[in-house]
Design a binder for this molecule. Structure first.
Ligand code: C2E
Ligand code: MG
Ligand code: MG
Ligand code: MG
Length: 282
Protein backbone atom coordinates (compact mmCIF):
# COMPACT_ATOMS: atom_id res chain seq x y z
CA UNK A 1 0.00 0.00 0.00
CA UNK A 2 2.82 2.34 0.93
CA UNK A 3 4.46 1.48 -2.34
CA UNK A 4 1.29 2.32 -4.27
CA UNK A 5 0.98 5.64 -2.45
CA UNK A 6 4.56 6.43 -3.25
CA UNK A 7 3.94 5.71 -6.89
CA UNK A 8 0.85 7.94 -6.91
CA UNK A 9 2.74 10.75 -5.31
CA UNK A 10 5.49 10.35 -7.83
CA UNK A 11 2.99 10.48 -10.71
CA UNK A 12 1.42 13.58 -9.15
CA UNK A 13 4.72 15.43 -8.86
CA UNK A 14 5.68 14.47 -12.39
CA UNK A 15 2.37 15.77 -13.70
CA UNK A 16 2.70 18.98 -11.76
CA UNK A 17 6.25 19.49 -13.00
CA UNK A 18 5.13 18.86 -16.57
CA UNK A 19 2.39 21.42 -16.21
CA UNK A 20 4.89 23.94 -14.84
CA UNK A 21 7.32 23.27 -17.67
CA UNK A 22 4.49 23.64 -20.21
CA UNK A 23 3.40 26.93 -18.74
CA UNK A 24 6.97 28.17 -18.79
CA UNK A 25 7.42 27.23 -22.42
CA UNK A 26 4.11 28.86 -23.27
CA UNK A 27 5.19 32.09 -21.56
CA UNK A 28 8.60 31.99 -23.24
CA UNK A 29 6.97 31.76 -26.67
CA UNK A 30 4.34 34.36 -25.91
CA UNK A 31 6.99 36.74 -24.51
CA UNK A 32 8.84 36.70 -27.82
CA UNK A 33 6.08 38.69 -29.52
CA UNK A 34 4.52 40.46 -26.53
CA UNK A 35 6.04 43.87 -27.15
CA UNK A 36 5.52 44.04 -30.90
CA UNK A 37 1.91 42.94 -30.37
CA UNK A 38 1.35 45.76 -27.92
CA UNK A 39 0.53 43.46 -24.99
CA UNK A 40 2.88 45.19 -22.56
CA UNK A 41 2.39 48.50 -20.82
CA UNK A 42 3.76 50.35 -17.83
CA UNK A 43 1.94 51.29 -14.68
CA UNK A 44 3.22 54.04 -12.42
CA UNK A 45 3.23 54.03 -8.63
CA UNK A 46 3.89 57.31 -6.83
CA UNK A 47 6.44 57.87 -4.06
CA UNK A 48 6.00 60.79 -1.68
CA UNK A 49 8.07 62.48 0.97
CA UNK A 50 7.20 61.44 4.54
CA UNK A 51 8.45 64.83 5.63
CA UNK A 52 6.08 67.11 3.72
CA UNK A 53 3.95 64.88 1.51
CA UNK A 54 5.42 66.21 -1.72
CA UNK A 55 5.63 64.00 -4.79
CA UNK A 56 9.14 62.59 -5.27
CA UNK A 57 8.61 60.33 -8.24
CA UNK A 58 6.97 57.28 -9.75
CA UNK A 59 8.17 53.72 -10.15
CA UNK A 60 7.48 52.22 -13.58
CA UNK A 61 6.13 48.66 -13.23
CA UNK A 62 5.69 46.38 -16.21
CA UNK A 63 2.28 44.86 -16.98
CA UNK A 64 1.54 42.10 -19.46
CA UNK A 65 -1.94 41.37 -20.72
CA UNK A 66 -1.98 38.37 -23.07
CA UNK A 67 -5.03 37.98 -25.36
CA UNK A 68 -5.76 34.40 -24.22
CA UNK A 69 -3.66 33.87 -21.08
CA UNK A 70 -4.92 37.10 -19.52
CA UNK A 71 -2.97 39.32 -17.14
CA UNK A 72 0.30 37.70 -16.13
CA UNK A 73 2.08 38.96 -13.02
CA UNK A 74 5.67 40.23 -13.30
CA UNK A 75 6.46 37.91 -10.39
CA UNK A 76 5.77 35.07 -12.85
CA UNK A 77 7.04 36.34 -16.20
CA UNK A 78 10.11 38.40 -15.18
CA UNK A 79 11.96 35.29 -13.93
CA UNK A 80 11.11 33.52 -17.23
CA UNK A 81 12.38 36.50 -19.23
CA UNK A 82 15.50 36.60 -17.07
CA UNK A 83 16.11 32.91 -17.63
CA UNK A 84 15.86 33.19 -21.43
CA UNK A 85 17.66 36.51 -21.72
CA UNK A 86 14.52 38.15 -23.17
CA UNK A 87 14.62 40.55 -20.23
CA UNK A 88 17.34 42.55 -21.98
CA UNK A 89 15.07 43.50 -24.90
CA UNK A 90 12.02 43.90 -22.68
CA UNK A 91 13.95 45.97 -20.15
CA UNK A 92 15.23 48.26 -22.86
CA UNK A 93 11.65 48.84 -24.00
CA UNK A 94 10.64 49.64 -20.40
CA UNK A 95 13.50 52.11 -20.04
CA UNK A 96 12.64 53.92 -23.29
CA UNK A 97 8.91 53.93 -22.59
CA UNK A 98 9.40 55.31 -19.08
CA UNK A 99 11.67 58.12 -20.31
CA UNK A 100 9.20 59.09 -23.06
CA UNK A 101 6.28 59.10 -20.60
CA UNK A 102 8.07 61.24 -18.04
CA UNK A 103 9.17 63.71 -20.68
CA UNK A 104 5.55 63.95 -21.89
CA UNK A 105 4.40 64.64 -18.34
CA UNK A 106 7.04 67.30 -17.89
CA UNK A 107 5.90 69.00 -21.09
CA UNK A 108 2.27 68.75 -19.96
CA UNK A 109 3.16 70.65 -16.78
CA UNK A 110 3.21 67.88 -14.20
CA UNK A 111 5.62 68.73 -11.38
CA UNK A 112 9.27 67.76 -11.21
CA UNK A 113 9.55 64.11 -10.30
CA UNK A 114 11.81 61.21 -11.09
CA UNK A 115 10.84 58.02 -12.86
CA UNK A 116 12.36 54.87 -11.37
CA UNK A 117 13.01 51.91 -13.67
CA UNK A 118 13.86 48.38 -12.46
CA UNK A 119 17.01 46.97 -14.00
CA UNK A 120 17.50 43.22 -14.02
CA UNK A 121 20.91 41.66 -13.50
CA UNK A 122 21.40 40.71 -17.16
CA UNK A 123 20.58 44.25 -18.24
CA UNK A 124 22.93 45.71 -15.68
CA UNK A 125 25.77 43.52 -16.91
CA UNK A 126 25.48 44.60 -20.58
CA UNK A 127 28.85 46.08 -21.54
CA UNK A 128 27.11 48.94 -23.36
CA UNK A 129 24.51 49.64 -20.67
CA UNK A 130 25.71 53.20 -20.13
CA UNK A 131 25.44 54.05 -23.85
CA UNK A 132 21.99 52.47 -23.98
CA UNK A 133 20.81 54.58 -21.06
CA UNK A 134 22.35 57.69 -22.59
CA UNK A 135 20.59 56.91 -25.88
CA UNK A 136 17.20 56.41 -24.21
CA UNK A 137 17.63 59.81 -22.53
CA UNK A 138 18.76 61.52 -25.73
CA UNK A 139 15.92 60.04 -27.81
CA UNK A 140 13.25 61.03 -25.29
CA UNK A 141 14.77 64.39 -24.42
CA UNK A 142 14.53 63.58 -20.70
CA UNK A 143 17.34 65.13 -18.64
CA UNK A 144 19.36 62.43 -16.85
CA UNK A 145 18.63 63.81 -13.39
CA UNK A 146 14.95 62.72 -13.71
CA UNK A 147 15.80 59.07 -14.24
CA UNK A 148 16.46 56.66 -11.41
CA UNK A 149 17.58 53.08 -11.90
CA UNK A 150 16.70 50.42 -9.32
CA UNK A 151 19.14 47.59 -8.75
CA UNK A 152 18.54 44.70 -6.42
CA UNK A 153 21.08 43.88 -3.75
CA UNK A 154 21.98 40.63 -5.49
CA UNK A 155 22.64 42.44 -8.77
CA UNK A 156 24.87 44.93 -7.01
CA UNK A 157 26.69 42.48 -4.76
CA UNK A 158 27.24 39.65 -7.26
CA UNK A 159 30.45 41.18 -8.57
CA UNK A 160 30.85 44.33 -6.46
CA UNK A 161 33.96 45.67 -8.20
CA UNK A 162 32.32 45.57 -11.62
CA UNK A 163 29.04 46.87 -10.23
CA UNK A 164 30.73 49.83 -8.53
CA UNK A 165 32.39 50.77 -11.84
CA UNK A 166 29.06 50.58 -13.71
CA UNK A 167 27.29 52.62 -11.04
CA UNK A 168 30.05 55.25 -11.21
CA UNK A 169 29.63 55.48 -14.99
CA UNK A 170 25.85 55.83 -14.67
CA UNK A 171 26.27 58.51 -12.01
CA UNK A 172 28.66 60.36 -14.30
CA UNK A 173 25.81 60.44 -16.81
CA UNK A 174 23.65 62.13 -14.15
CA UNK A 175 21.09 59.41 -13.41
CA UNK A 176 20.22 58.37 -9.84
CA UNK A 177 20.46 54.88 -8.41
CA UNK A 178 18.63 53.03 -5.68
CA UNK A 179 18.92 49.62 -4.09
CA UNK A 180 15.63 47.70 -4.33
CA UNK A 181 14.25 45.11 -1.89
CA UNK A 182 16.87 46.14 0.64
CA UNK A 183 17.34 43.75 3.53
CA UNK A 184 16.50 40.59 1.58
CA UNK A 185 20.02 40.09 0.17
CA UNK A 186 23.51 40.16 1.52
CA UNK A 187 24.97 43.63 1.21
CA UNK A 188 28.41 44.14 2.56
CA UNK A 189 28.62 47.45 4.42
CA UNK A 190 32.09 47.85 3.03
CA UNK A 191 30.80 47.65 -0.54
CA UNK A 192 27.68 49.64 0.24
CA UNK A 193 29.71 52.67 1.30
CA UNK A 194 31.62 52.61 -1.98
CA UNK A 195 28.48 52.53 -4.13
CA UNK A 196 27.31 55.90 -5.40
CA UNK A 197 23.75 54.90 -4.66
CA UNK A 198 21.33 57.54 -3.38
CA UNK A 199 18.70 55.49 -1.63
CA UNK A 200 17.69 52.21 -0.12
CA UNK A 201 14.24 50.80 -0.70
CA UNK A 202 13.23 48.96 2.46
CA UNK A 203 11.67 45.68 1.34
CA UNK A 204 7.95 45.33 1.89
CA UNK A 205 8.43 42.08 3.81
CA UNK A 206 9.73 44.17 6.74
CA UNK A 207 7.11 46.88 6.37
CA UNK A 208 4.26 44.36 6.52
CA UNK A 209 4.72 43.62 10.24
CA UNK A 210 4.91 47.26 11.34
CA UNK A 211 4.33 48.60 13.89
CA UNK A 212 3.58 45.59 16.13
CA UNK A 213 6.10 42.95 15.05
CA UNK A 214 9.13 43.72 17.22
CA UNK A 215 11.55 42.02 14.85
CA UNK A 216 10.36 43.89 11.76
CA UNK A 217 10.30 47.15 13.72
CA UNK A 218 13.89 46.55 14.84
CA UNK A 219 15.09 45.71 11.35
CA UNK A 220 13.43 48.76 9.82
CA UNK A 221 14.87 51.06 12.51
CA UNK A 222 18.31 49.59 11.93
CA UNK A 223 18.12 50.06 8.16
CA UNK A 224 17.01 53.69 8.58
CA UNK A 225 19.87 54.39 11.03
CA UNK A 226 22.43 52.67 8.86
CA UNK A 227 21.25 54.49 5.74
CA UNK A 228 21.50 57.77 7.58
CA UNK A 229 25.06 57.11 8.69
CA UNK A 230 25.96 56.26 5.09
CA UNK A 231 24.27 59.43 3.83
CA UNK A 232 21.55 57.51 2.00
CA UNK A 233 17.84 58.22 1.76
CA UNK A 234 15.29 55.54 2.61
CA UNK A 235 12.04 54.63 0.89
CA UNK A 236 9.62 52.17 2.45
CA UNK A 237 7.92 49.86 -0.04
CA UNK A 238 4.50 48.27 0.37
CA UNK A 239 3.06 50.73 2.89
CA UNK A 240 -0.59 49.75 3.24
CA UNK A 241 -1.77 51.19 6.54
CA UNK A 242 -1.77 54.51 8.34
CA UNK A 243 -0.09 52.83 11.35
CA UNK A 244 2.81 51.71 9.15
CA UNK A 245 3.12 55.20 7.68
CA UNK A 246 3.13 56.82 11.12
CA UNK A 247 5.80 54.44 12.42
CA UNK A 248 8.05 55.07 9.41
CA UNK A 249 7.63 58.82 9.62
CA UNK A 250 8.38 58.83 13.33
CA UNK A 251 11.56 56.79 12.82
CA UNK A 252 12.85 59.16 10.16
CA UNK A 253 12.22 57.20 6.97
CA UNK A 254 12.37 59.70 4.10
CA UNK A 255 9.82 58.47 1.58
CA UNK A 256 7.02 55.99 1.11
CA UNK A 257 5.42 53.99 -1.66
CA UNK A 258 2.44 51.64 -1.32
CA UNK A 259 -1.25 50.99 -1.65
CA UNK A 260 -2.02 53.43 1.18
CA UNK A 261 -0.99 56.17 -1.23
CA UNK A 262 -1.87 54.58 -4.57
CA UNK A 263 -1.61 51.31 -6.46
CA UNK A 264 0.50 51.22 -9.60
CA UNK A 265 -1.70 53.09 -12.10
CA UNK A 266 -1.98 53.28 -15.90
CA UNK A 267 -0.52 56.59 -17.15
CA UNK A 268 -3.94 58.25 -17.61
CA UNK A 269 -5.08 57.21 -14.13
CA UNK A 270 -1.86 58.50 -12.61
CA UNK A 271 -2.56 61.89 -14.21
CA UNK A 272 -6.04 61.95 -12.65
CA UNK A 273 -4.63 60.86 -9.29
CA UNK A 274 -2.05 63.63 -9.42
CA UNK A 275 -4.59 66.28 -10.47
CA UNK A 276 -7.00 65.30 -7.70
CA UNK A 277 -4.28 65.33 -5.08
CA UNK A 278 -1.84 68.04 -6.05
CA UNK A 279 -3.07 70.27 -8.83
CA UNK A 280 -4.37 73.68 -7.68
CA UNK A 281 -7.20 73.45 -10.24
CA UNK A 282 -8.19 70.09 -8.67
P1 C2E B 1 9.62 45.74 -7.01
O1 C2E B 1 10.48 46.48 -7.96
O2 C2E B 1 10.10 45.59 -5.62
O3 C2E B 1 8.22 46.50 -7.07
C1 C2E B 1 7.35 46.63 -6.01
C2 C2E B 1 6.22 45.64 -6.08
O4 C2E B 1 5.38 45.78 -4.95
C3 C2E B 1 5.29 45.82 -7.29
O5 C2E B 1 4.82 44.54 -7.67
C4 C2E B 1 4.15 46.65 -6.70
O6 C2E B 1 2.95 46.54 -7.42
C5 C2E B 1 4.04 46.01 -5.33
N1 C2E B 1 3.45 46.90 -4.34
C6 C2E B 1 3.52 48.24 -4.27
N2 C2E B 1 2.87 48.71 -3.18
C7 C2E B 1 2.39 47.63 -2.54
C8 C2E B 1 1.62 47.47 -1.33
O7 C2E B 1 1.26 48.42 -0.63
N3 C2E B 1 1.30 46.18 -0.98
C9 C2E B 1 1.67 45.10 -1.73
N4 C2E B 1 1.32 43.90 -1.30
N5 C2E B 1 2.41 45.24 -2.87
C10 C2E B 1 2.76 46.48 -3.27
P2 C2E B 1 4.73 44.10 -9.19
O8 C2E B 1 4.33 45.27 -10.04
O9 C2E B 1 3.91 42.86 -9.23
O10 C2E B 1 6.23 43.75 -9.55
C11 C2E B 1 6.91 42.71 -8.89
C12 C2E B 1 8.37 42.74 -9.19
O11 C2E B 1 8.59 42.46 -10.58
C13 C2E B 1 9.03 44.08 -8.94
O12 C2E B 1 9.32 44.24 -7.58
C14 C2E B 1 10.28 43.94 -9.80
O13 C2E B 1 11.24 43.18 -9.13
C15 C2E B 1 9.75 43.15 -10.97
N6 C2E B 1 9.45 44.08 -12.07
C16 C2E B 1 8.33 44.78 -12.34
N7 C2E B 1 8.49 45.53 -13.46
C17 C2E B 1 9.76 45.30 -13.89
C18 C2E B 1 10.55 45.78 -15.00
O14 C2E B 1 10.12 46.62 -15.81
N8 C2E B 1 11.82 45.28 -15.12
C19 C2E B 1 12.33 44.38 -14.23
N9 C2E B 1 13.58 43.94 -14.42
N10 C2E B 1 11.63 43.93 -13.18
C20 C2E B 1 10.36 44.38 -13.01
MG1 MG C 1 11.49 48.21 -7.83
MG1 MG D 1 11.12 46.25 -4.20
MG1 MG E 1 10.37 42.88 -5.29
Amino acid sequence: RAKQEGRNRHAFFTQEMQALAMRRLQLENALRRAIERGEMCLHYQPQISLCNGSLIGVEALLRWNHPTLGAISPAEFIPVAEHTGQIVTIGEWVLRQACVQLQQWRQAGLPSMVVAVNLSAAQFRQPDLVQRVAQALADSGLPAEWLELELTESTAMHDPQAAIATVDALRALGVHLSLDDFGTGYSSLNHLKRFQIGKLKIDQSFVRGLPDDAEDAGIVETIIQMARSLGLKTVAEGVETEAQRAFLQQRGCDQMQGYLLARPLPAKDFESWWRARFSPEG
